[in-house]
Design a protein around this ligand. Structure first.
Ligand code: SF4
Length: 107
């Protein structure tokens, strides 16, 4: 009986060890997927005219020359970084100097 209990305890400790080693990697892979850069060929990106350099789009089309991803409500990254996550694209990275038709002023 004591031997069986000891074996169960060992199996439990082994399971905890495996989880402690495995779980952090799952987080890394999940994060890596979310940090994927948005492709300009993405059909949704094209449908809302996403560009990585907003200055190449006529300000009249953009609704002003001060509209960039870095000051858009959907941009959740560091405004000074080159790229940051966008909520519209499921957290994929967009250029902070970019723009698209879904731009909304960051409050
Ligand atoms: Fe950039 Fe905002 Fe468009 Fe996302 S929704 S691509 S942050 S302008």
């Amino acid at each position: 009986m004591a031997k069986e209990k000891n074996m169960r305890r060992r199996a439990f400790v082994k399971l905890l060890g495996t989880a402690a080693v495995t779980l952090p990697f799952i987080g890394v892979f999940k994060n890596a997927r979310a940090q994927e850069k948005l492709s300009l060929a993405d059909p949704m990106a094209q449908s809302i005219k996403y560009v990585e350099d907003a200055t190449k789009v006529d300000p009249a089309t953009r609704g002003g020359d001060d509209r960039f991803c870095h000051n858009c409500m959907q941009y959740t990254g560091d405004p000074k970084a080159d790229f940051g996550p966008c909520n519209i694209f499921g957290g994929k990275l967009v250029a902070s100097a970019g723009w698209c038709m879904s731009w909304v002023k960051k409050p």
